[in-house]
Each structure stands twice: as C-alpha cells, then as structure tokens.
Design a protein around this ligand. Structure first.
Ligand SMILES: Cc1cc2nc3c(=O)[nH]c(=O)nc-3n(C[C@H](O)[C@H](O)[C@H](O)COP(=O)(O)O)c2cc1C
Length: 429
C-alpha cells in the first residue's frame, strides 16, 4: 500500500465502526487514505475519528459551503493534489488522486444509487468521476441483502465493472443470522492490490468472463437437535480451487459446507449445512455457470427421521442389552454432481471428485460415465498425505480418454494443475 492513495467511502450502516480499523490499517501500511462519508455515515461515526486515524481531512459534502475540509484539516496534513485545497472541486480532485476507491461498508442505499448512476452526494459523484477501480463491500441485514432489488443492483454493479467484495455469513448486530456481514479487515485490504493491478491484464486472464461454481467441505445431517453425521472433509481442496479460479479471472461462487476456512478474496461464498441445501443452491446456480467443480464431500445419507429432542443415553441403558443398541435408519441424499452432469448445457464443463478408500480407479471411471462428467479427480483418502484435512494431495486426473497420476502436491498446486487441465478442455466448449 506504500505510496497508494485510497479513497475510503463509508456509508450509513452499523458496520461503519469497522471502517475505523480499516482506515487505520491502511494508513499504517503506508497508504494515503481519504475518507469520504455519506451524511448517514456521520450519524454512526464522527468524522473526527477518521481524521485522527488517517491524519487527513474527512470529506462529507459535495458542497463547499459545508466547509469541512478547511475547518477540520489538521495543520500538518498534506493534500495529494493542490486541487484538494479547493473544496469546490473536491469530488474531481479526490477522483483523480485515487489509486482505488473502496466503499466499506456499502449500504443497500448507496449500492442502489451507484447501480443507477446517481450522483447526489460526494461519494457517488466521485465514483462516477474516477478512473480508478471501485470496490464495493456490502454490509446489511440478510433480508435486505437477499432482496431481489439489492441483488439486481449488485449484479448491475458487477456488469458495470465494480468489484463487489462478497459479504460474510454470521450473526448480525440486528440479531439475524445469515449473509450480510462486512468481511474481516484483512480480506478488504487484500482485495485492493488485485483491484489495482492493470485492468487490461485482468482481461487477458485465462478464465476472464467465466462463471465458476465450486463446492467444498462436508455437509451435516442431524440425528437430533445436538448431534449430526458428517465426515472429515476440511474444505481445503475446494477453497484452493476457488482461490485459483479467481486469480485466473473467473467469477466464482463457492458453495461451502461448514469449515474453519476464510473466504478467498474475490470469491462469493454461500454457506450450507445439509446435502439437500447444497443440492438446492448448486442446482439453482449451475445453469448460469460455465464450469462446475464438485470438490465437496456431501453426506450420502441422512436420517430417515430426525429426533425432535436429544436422544437420551439413559433410556437406552435401562433397556435390556439387546435393546441398548441404537439403530439409525438412513435414507440416501440427492446426488448433486449427477444432477448437474445430466442437466448440463453443451458448453458447460463439469468436474467431480471421488474420495475412495483404496485404489478403486474402475469405480471412479464408472462414476465419470454414469454422472456424465468431463473429468474426475480421484484420491485414495487412506494415504497419509492425501485426502481429508491435509495440506497436500495425491490424485489421479481421469478423463473420458485417459488417466494421469499426479505426484504428491500441495492443494494449491493441485488446484493450479486442475485449472491447467480444464483450460485445455475449455476451447470450443
Ligand atoms: C441503526 C441503523 C442501522 C442501519 N444499518 C444499516 C446497514 O447495516 N446496512 C444498510 O444498508 N443500511 C443500514 N441502515 C439504513 C441506512 O442508514 C439508510 O438506508 C441510509 O439512508 C443510508 O444512507 P447512505 O447510503 O447515504 O449512507 C441502518 C439504519 C439505522 C437507523
């Protein structure tokens, strides 16, 4: 960030307080940070806080009679261009000076205004006037985010070339749980260098313009309100594939079961818990995607009847020895990748993963054919350095025509090889 000028747009949402840490960290990393606040943002955080953190005047109005620049500028502040001293042209000076504009948090309202090209305050006006990349980090209540108006506006922003930093899931200030949280400061900061990279270079990336869906992690099937069936998948392989696809220019939707992993920068993540939920999200989005990679380990079975209350151990113990056994009745869950494989469009590429406990390559080849896949990544999870929760993997890349055993590689390297292999399938698809 050394020597970079970042315009940090702060709009009116609860997460505005998180922009203080962001402004501070960017300043400490050597960036010159110009904070531009909407009027609503000033109801949440005082401009003075940002001034103190960035050592720069804070801008809150398009109109010079607001007079905030001159009045609030600390005596030793150094404006990036002389134009900035003239409040009347602040929007142009700020727009010209920016290496990147980052709006965090971006309210539903500011997203709507940007999507419609409005220029009714300093922030929206300077966004129209800048040639710098503009990053937008939405933060709002999950229902506001899921509203089709907000989703349509975000889709418009992406089409217009804005970089939308996907919100994270979790508990919100409004007590709701779901997607809409401002991502961690690290994730926001990490998104900046990529955005500032030459736009032309991004267009030349091999997966530019491709929409990719990746599944990752395990799923959970409840036994009762406190217990579940799951598996040892960590999600590391799928996350590495999603991260590599973004680096190669794709737009990526990561459909993830429960993991401890951070969302890779630039990746849109949709969290699910059960196989049925993963099935629903994947089958909803797969038709819009060019490439689907199923690296998740969804549970193949779920309980026929989930107990409404915790299954008590005492009841089982009190019964005779024969009845002390707890029998669970399991029914199959839907086969996600088979559904995608059979419903695919001619241009789509579909790749599956098969985790087996032994060298069952014939079984993997059968899956490839039966599920109508282009390729299947086979791994024997009984090997100590491959499969679940390791940082390395040893896989066989199986296509309709051939098998290729790859050596022991880090999961990042497997992801890179996988994309090299897919790119060689891609032409003409
Ligand atoms: C207490 C409170 C919290 C709010 N939190 C959010 C929020 O997190 N995200 C959001 O989009 N809007 C939120 N709003 C609504 C916005 O502040 C409102 O839409 C405002 O017009 C946004 O203006 P701006 O886009 O110019 O900043 C909140 C409002 C209040 C009163």
């Amino acid at each position: 960030m050394q020597g970079k000028t970042i315009v940090l747009g702060v709009s009116g949402g609860i997460a505005a307080y998180k922009a203080c840490e962001l402004a501070s960290r960017l300043t400490q990393s050597g960036a010159r940070v110009h904070v531009v606040m909407t009027q609503a943002a000033t109801r949440f955080i005082a401009p003075l806080t940002f001034e103190a953190l960035t050592h720069q005047p804070v801008h809150t109005s398009l109109w010079p009679d607001a007079g905030e620049q001159a009045a609030s500028a600390p005596p030793n502040s150094q404006p990036p261009t002389s134009n900035l001293q003239y409040a009347a042209m602040a929007h142009i000076a700020l727009a010209d000076s920016a290496d990147a504009v980052l709006i965090a948090p971006a309210s539903a309202d500011v997203i709507a205004r940007l999507a419609h090209g409005l220029a009714d305050d300093l922030l929206t006006t300077l966004v129209l006037a800048t040639r710098a990349p503009v990053l937008v980090a939405p933060a709002m209540n999950p229902t506001m985010l899921a509203h089709s108006a907000t989703q349509k506006n975000l889709a418009t922003l992406r089409e217009l070339g804005y970089i939308v930093i996907e919100p994270e899931s979790g508990r919100m200030a409004c007590e709701h749980v779901g997607s809409g949280r401002l991502p961690e400061t690290d994730v926001l900061i990490q998104a900046l260098p990529d955005a500032m990279a030459d736009v032309g270079a991004r267009h030349a990336l091999p997966l530019h313009g491709k929409m990719v869906l990746v599944t990752a992690g395990p799923t959970r099937e409840a036994l009762d309100p406190v217990r579940f069936l799951s598996n040892r998948s960590s999600g590391k392989m799928g996350y590495a594939i999603a991260a590599e696809a973004t680096r190669r220019g794709a737009r990526v939707l990561l459909v993830s079961g429960p993991t401890r992993l951070q969302t890779p920068p630039g990746v849109a993540r949709h969290d699910v818990l059960t196989t049925q939920q993963m099935f629903d999200v994947v089958t909803q989005h797969a038709p819009e995607c060019d490439i689907v990679i199923a690296a998740a380990a969804p549970a193949d079975y779920r309980l026929a009847n989930v107990a409404e209350r915790k299954i008590k151990k005492t009841k089982i113990e009190k019964s005779g020895a024969a009845e002390a056994m707890l029998r669970l009745e399991l029914v199959p869950t839907p086969d996600i990748i088979a559904q995608v494989g059979h419903g695919r469009k001619p241009h789509q590429i579909v790749v599956g993963f098969a985790a087996e406990t032994g060298n069952e390559l014939d079984e993997a080849r059968r899956k490839l054919r039966d599920k109508n896949l282009d390729a299947l990544v086979f791994n024997d999870v009984t090997q100590p350095d491959a499969g679940f929760d390791t940082d390395t993997n040893r896989v066989v890349w199986i296509t309709r025509d051939s098998d290729e055993a790859w050596p022991l590689l880090s999961k990042d390297e497997v992801a890179a090889r996988l994309w090299n292999a897919i790119e060689s399938i891609a032409p003409g698809r």
